[in-house]
Design a protein around this ligand. Structure first.
Ligand code: ARG
Ligand code: ZN
Length: 886
């Protein structure tokens, strides 16, 4: 490690207001891949709230040609450039700055700022990319009105787009043309965008509830116009939903979505010009799976909803990122649930959210990168676009709704906009709006924003048959995290129901509660370290269903017996807890089996009890249940989630145990699996609706169980599905099942590649499937990297192969000889030279290194140290590896 080059840490407590406020920005672009000229005219005014008279601008990778202040060119002695900060001291109160810079989009492989993808120009400015385009006070609390003039070669870049409204366009000399755009709304620089590209669009005039007509466009490369329908439909659904659920209307006359193949994240909510990873736009049945369709709906919704939660009201500083992200994820989750429209569909989306939290957020909260939903410090803000800020942040927002009810939550939202429209605010402002609109004291709730770590809620019960009282005693604790050894109690909503011996919900009478008389679920508010909640008039000892609908992002401890869990698994009216009972039953067994494999070295001694198998059989064939729910109930906890429950992780033993369990279930339930496979076919034209998608999910889960140890008949079923599938969901599922069956899948892989080699997103799938296959070791990954279609420069492609191996194939990634760790180090370093954001994500694969057996730990540490010792590491990667080693 080289302490001398350690990048600085930025602290939330050091926030100061901007010294100058910007009124207008006029940008002129002469777009050229090798030499783009940016002319920037800013009118600014001293901020009376600031004691400083220095103008502070940010700029990176820019060539400064000229800097003029109020019409006069500044000599280099009149300003100072220190790293990425340009300071003009002793400036007058009213300032017009004119700045001319050069940049080189073609060399910008970081995909932050202005860059070239497949020969066209795109931008990504969040969080701090605008400073790679021009000098500017690049901080979200500086909001201004933008006018943008784009000039470029007309033949190569026929489409010129920016934020807001097109106010002028025309021809220039030498085959060039121009377009002038004006955004009527004040915005922070991170919401700026431009596109200069060879694209085509699907467009539609759409009438808002108010009667106003708007123009909606989805822009894609030629040849992809047959894949824009679902994104357009999702956009219209999003517009309608935000009007209905939150009374929020689209404020622009024109709303554009542009798909680009090279993109660091999912998508970006630039005002009126959302730029998307192609993965979240392009779909037709031939190339996209049900999961892809659901992803498009969610991300189109997410970016659209940002127009109010993020753009109209934005963040004061980047520590407040969850103000917009947690809230907007919550909104997109509710949107997706409402689009399904049924209670069971809603529950299925909720279960998916719980799985994501356990798979990714709980580990983050327990690892070296743990941070509060509102972090107190960071080195590189791009490292904090995390599952904690996004998904845990959404859980925090959801808890307001759980505590205040839907109407109370809506009141809070209304007050939030009434108070803060057009402002850059803090998470605390959102909490205050929720509290004030409902006359509630939510001061303790602040700890969800300030304390990292996953709280553990422990439940005990006691029943007094004479007094007919049933007590639930809840206590809470939260493990220490970096910099936070001790935690104060959280304000935790714990939704509870009580089941009788027949599995029926008991009507509840909570002592001191003010719930409706016939309630069968009540929300207990746990605020102390320990609290007793008493239910009256309980005639028999009930079985408690605790944390219904996963009412808080916590770990629930309760000593359920197997019989109680089986009872809940059979009867709980709360689908999330019903699913949860099955997961607990499975997890208990998986942990035992894993310990046995570790002790004996193989699976020979393993046994699975018939009780569990029979419970799964009953659930599988229960046609009163939603197929999507049955599918989720039959999926065993993932290897990563199992690993999180173990003190010392043995990845190979986990894999062996889980495979044993899958094989045993597959063999025991063969008849029923085959029957359900046939019963859940979806003949006719493909539709991504939830019921059809659920049937396919269940059917394909059955197939995967049948193919764990297949005989010829099962293999044939999979082969036929592969050959005859009329959609990508079924085609890909058959291929994955064949790959995992242990037989020779090469011919199928080859056929699949040949069919789809011109569909980049399907080629990504092809790499991803192989990366996560149990037989794929690091040598096989290296070989796949030699494939002509592989490149590290495209983030989707890099993730498809590399990330799906390091994160999706734990038994191989943790090979005893440490060869995959060396591979990881090599790739982090290589990627860092191309794209630090992507490299830093890969670096996170080592977060949990301290939990492995000493022999593995030692090798992981070596790999981390090897990366840390590199000379020219980005701040992004340096922060991740140094925190891992700290
Ligand atoms: N605000 C975007 C979204 O969540 C994500 C952009 C993140 N970009 C980045 N480079 N960190 O919709
Ligand atoms: Zn977002």
């Amino acid at each position: 490690m080289r302490p001398d080059s350690t990048p600085p840490t930025i602290y939330r407590k050091d926030y100061t207001v901007p010294s100058y406020l910007v009124e207008t920005v006029e940008l002129g672009f002469d777009l050229d891949p090798d030499r783009t000229i940016v002319a920037n005219r800013i009118t600014m005014q001293h901020n009376p709230a600031s004691p400083s008279r220095s103008i502070v601008l940010h700029g990176e990778e820019l060539d400064l040609v000229e800097l003029r202040l109020n019409g006069r060119a500044l000599a280099p002695t009149e300003y100072k450039i220190d790293g990425s900060v340009l300071t003009i001291p002793r400036a007058p109160a009213q300032v017009v700055l004119e700045i001319e810079t050069l940049c080189t989009p073609i060399q910008n492989t970081s995909l932050s700022g202005l860059y070239v993808s497949n020969g066209s120009f795109y931008t990504q400015c969040e969080a701090e990319g605008f400073r790679r385009i021009t000098y500017f006070p690049d901080r979200p609390d500086v909001m201004a009105k933008y006018t943008v003039m784009l000039r470029a070669d007309k033949a190569r870049y026929p489409v010129l787009l920016s934020n807001g409204n097109l106010i002028e366009s025309g021809e220039l000399d030498d085959g060039r043309h121009y377009a002038k755009w004006e955004d009527p709304f004040k915005k922070p620089s991170y919401l700026f965008a431009l596109v200069a590209a060879r694209l085509v669009c699907q467009e539609e005039h759409y009438t808002l509830k108010s009667g106003r007509e708007v123009l909606l466009q989805v822009w894609v490369e030629e040849g992809n116009l047959d894949k824009t329908d679902y994104a357009m439909q999702s956009l219209k659904n999003s517009i309608r939903w935000d009007e209905e659920r939150f009374g929020l209307e689209l404020d622009l006359d024109r709303f554009m979505i542009v798909a680009v193949g090279d993109f660091n994240m999912g998508a970006m909510e630039n005002k009126g010009l959302n730029i998307f990873n192609t993965k979240f736009v392009l779909a037709n049945p031939r190339v996209a799976t049900d999961i892809d369709y659901a992803g498009i709906e969610a991300v189109v919704g997410h970016e659209y909803f940002h127009n109010w939660t993020g753009n109209r009201v934005t963040c004061r500083d980047w520590f407040q990122l969850s103000l917009k992200e947690g809230l907007t994820v919550f909104r997109d989750q509710e949107f997706s649930a409402d689009m399904i429209g049924t209670d069971s569909g809603r529950a299925v989306t909720r279960i998916d959210q719980v799985r994501t939290l356990r798979q990714a957020q709980f580990p983050e909260d327990a690892g070296p990168m743990a941070h509060p939903v509102r972090p107190d410090s960071f080195v590189e803000i791009n490292n904090f676009y995390t599952v904690t800020v996004y998904e845990k942040g959404a859980e925090v927002v959801r808890m307001y709704q759980t505590l205040l009810g839907r109407d109370g939550f809506r009141k809070g939202m209304d007050l939030y906009f009434a108070r803060h429209d057009g402002q850059a605010v803090e998470c605390d402002d959102f909490r205050a709006a929720m509290a004030d609109a409902n006359g509630r004291d939510l001061r303790q709730f602040e700890r969800w924003y300030s304390q990292a770590g996953t709280p553990v809620v422990s439940a005990r019960t006691r029943y007094d048959a004479v007094k007919r009282n049933f007590d639930i005693i809840l206590s809470q604790r939260c493990p220490a995290t970096a910099g936070q050894p001790d935690k104060l109690p959280f304000h935790i909503p714990v939704a509870v129901g009580l089941l009788d011996a027949n599995g029926k919900d008991l009507p509840l009478l909570l002592e001191g509660g003010d719930h409706p008389k016939d309630a069968t679920t009540v929300v207990l508010e746990l605020k102390e370290q320990e609290q007793i909640f008493r239910f009256r008039n309980v005639d028999e000892r009930p079985i408690p269903s605790i944390l219904r609908d996963f009412s808080a992002p916590v770990v629930l401890e309760h000593d359920y017996t197997d019989d109680e869990l089986l009872h809940l698994y059979r009867h709980d009216s709360d689908a999330v807890n019903r699913w949860e009972a099955g997961q607990r039953l499975a997890m208990e067994r998986l942990l035992k089996l894993t310990a046995q494999v570790t002790a004996h070295g193989d699976a020979a001694v393993l046994k699975l009890d018939s009780t569990f198998i029979e419970a799964q059989r009953a659930l599988l064939v229960d046609e009163s249940l939603d197929p999507a729910f049955r599918e989720l109930a039959l999926i065993l906890p993932s290897e990563t989630i199992i690993a999180e429950q173990m003190e010392v992780v043995d990845p190979q033993a986990i894999h062996t145990a889980r495979q044993f369990m899958r094989r045993t279930i597959g063999a025991a339930l063969k008849t029923e699996l085959l029957a359900q496979y046939h019963a859940n076919q979806t003949p006719g034209a493909y539709s991504p609706d939830a019921l059809s998608a659920g049937k396919r999910a269940l059917k394909n889960l059955c197939l995967s169980y049948l193919l764990v140890a297949p005989e010829a008949a099962e293999l044939k079923v999979a082969q036929q599905q592969f050959d005859n599938a009329s959609n990508m969901t079924d085609r890909a599922a058959a291929l994955v099942a064949l790959i995992h069956s242990g037989g020779d899948a090469a011919p199928y892989l080859q056929a699949f590649y040949q069919d789809f080699e011109n569909e980049a997103l399907v080629v990504d799938k092809w790499f991803a499937m192989q990366a996560a296959a149990p037989a794929t070791n690091v040598a096989a990954v290296r070989k796949l990297m030699q494939h002509p279609a592989f490149t590290l420069k495209n983030p989707n492609r890099a993730r498809s192969l590399i990330f799906n191996f390091t994160n999706g194939n734990p038994a191989q990634f943790h090979a005893a000889d440490g060869s995959a760790y060396a591979f990881w180090a090599e790739l982090v370093i290589q990627l860092d030279g191309i794209n630090p954001q992507v490299a830093a994500r890969l670096a996170r694969s080592m977060d949990r290194w301290r939990r492995y057996a000493p022999a593995l730990q030692e090798k992981m540490k070596q790999a981390l140290e090897q990366v840390a010792a590199q000379n020219k590491l980005s701040n992004d990667v340096q922060e991740v590896v140094s925190k891992a080693l700290a």
